[in-house]
Design a protein around this ligand. Sequence first.
Ligand code: 5GP
Ligand code: 5GP
Length: 227
Amino acid sequence: MTLPSIMLLLLLPLLFSAPSTSTARDFDFFYFVLQWPGSFCDTKKSCCYPATGKPTADFSIHGLWPNYADGSYPSNCDRQNAYDASQIADLMEILRSHWPSLACPSGDESTFWKHEWQKHGTCSESVLDQHAYFGTALRLRTQINLLQALQDAGIKPDGGLYSSTDISSAIRNSTGFEPKLGCNADGGGNRQLYEVSVCVDAKGERLIECPISSISNCPPRVEFPPF
Ligand code: 5GP
Ligand code: 5GP
């Protein structure tokens, strides 16, 4: 037997055990998803404010979603790791301002946070425990000032129509990375800017270029409604 074939034989067990050991990945990257409250509230379904009152007119967090590079994603990964408010007690105040809920009947943010943790957060628990999951989302939100980026480019929440390409360019100029835009429809059926997603590495540390091409559901021109 030649030396290379002996080495191959020695390496084979390593090669086959690799996927189930340290190189196995629960997911490949995160989508960090922000929502424009004006576009949540002016739909046919309308919205409800939290007990603390009308949230600030700024982009707020929808979620931090683990994703696979083929476009699919895991969800509801660990029933045993239930949402536990006591683990994020020190983050509550800042979560209320950056991650409010606008869903009816009550705009109850803890229901929203619990849903996001159960559906998405449990799928990245190998990297981020509950405190780190919510803390990472808050850090990213503070790092990314979408409203400022858009206003700097003359794009204002004034109910006007803006080019989707211009919106993406303004965000890319500010963050350094191409965003994925999401649109919904206002009560009159007009398409409007509802969500902006950016991609984050699987450690939750840095913004990255999205590993998959971002197919937006926005038309070339979209409304940017006030809130
Ligand atoms: P929709 O159907 O409204 O786009 O999405 C409904 C929900 O499915 C989202 O709020 C989110 O929980 C999940 N979802 C939709 N698209 C994606 C995606 O590309 N990646 C991940 N991780 N979750 C998604
Ligand atoms: P996803 O679409 O992430 O799976 O789930 C969103 C869920 O959170 C929905 O059941 C929705 O009713 C609830 N929710 C509560 N507050 C909000 C909010 O402010 N924005 C969005 N997009 N969903 C919210």
